[in-house]
Design a protein around this ligand. Sequence first.
Ligand SMILES: [Zn+2]
Ligand SMILES: [Zn+2]
Length: 347
Amino acid sequence: MEGTMKVCVMTGARKMEWTEREIPQPKKGELQIKLEYVGVCGSDLHFYDEGRLANWVPEGPLVLGHEPGGIVTAIGDGVEGFAVGDKVAIEPGVPCGQCEDCLNGHYNLCKHVKFMAIPKEKDGVFSEYCTHEASMCFKLPENVDTMEGALMEPLAVGMHACELSNAKIGETAIVLGCGCIGLVTIMSLRARGVSEIYAVDIMDKRLEKAKEIGATRVFNSKTEDIVEFAKTLPGGGADQVYECAGNRFTTLQTCKLIKRAGKVTLVGVSPEPILELDIATLNAMEGTIYSVYRYRNLYPTAISAVASGAIPLKKIVSHVYDFKDCIEAVDYSLNHKDEVIKSVVKF
Ligand SMILES: [Zn+2]
Ligand SMILES: [Zn+2]
């Protein structure tokens, strides 16, 4: 496709506007994709709210959106295995493929990665079309649609957390925070055969959803104390604890929730960079802490898991907005966190 397209750009804190741009043409090794669905992520909300995300500060307009699903509309030179009309999920980070981290397989840690909607890396996909490295695009099977394709991105985060910590059949897990990432973590745990999953949040709507997708029991921490509950579990705690809320209180709670030799996985990132963790408790338990940065090598597995029915991925979606209402999608999601679990933009 050639011509111009509509693009929604962030120009500052709480400022998004519409612009027209040339439709990008695929270079060697790239695909051109017409977007069909893009998920609205917590990091998009942070950017919109504060005009920046941690140390990432845009110097000019930035296109947000990094959870894309779409249809191939043109194919660059040297690309094999794709045809115009293919449905694809797009992995938003393009690593260099050459550095030590890439060669060791943990390309999510590549220092030269170009990730969508990150300043100085790559624009996001709140736009009608994009181009992307074909090697980071994944064909969707017949029974997986492009909305699910878009949601592969957050799912990959949850799956990566469960792989790092090697959550196993028969184990018990506590998940702190039931936003999008908490929910995909619960789905991944369930698909791996973890038998008891205890989900914690302060918003009832999220807890209802956690229950619906497979949590064994849910706890509203405004009225129930998960630390007291964990003491009643066999061994005095869970095998696995996942912090998915990204806040100080829950991060500090994690070490009190594991049983001996249990594992803590920090999936969310607390806005305060330095916290006083209870290392003595952790040490006495011989606990392990994992930290999670995005994901790697997971899109094919994530797509198969959804295709097989093991992961009911669409259930996390609470709001769907037309692309013309993209600004409202972001604004509403930011200001109604008690109500919005996951928004997606539909093109
Ligand atoms: Zn995301
Ligand atoms: Zn690299």
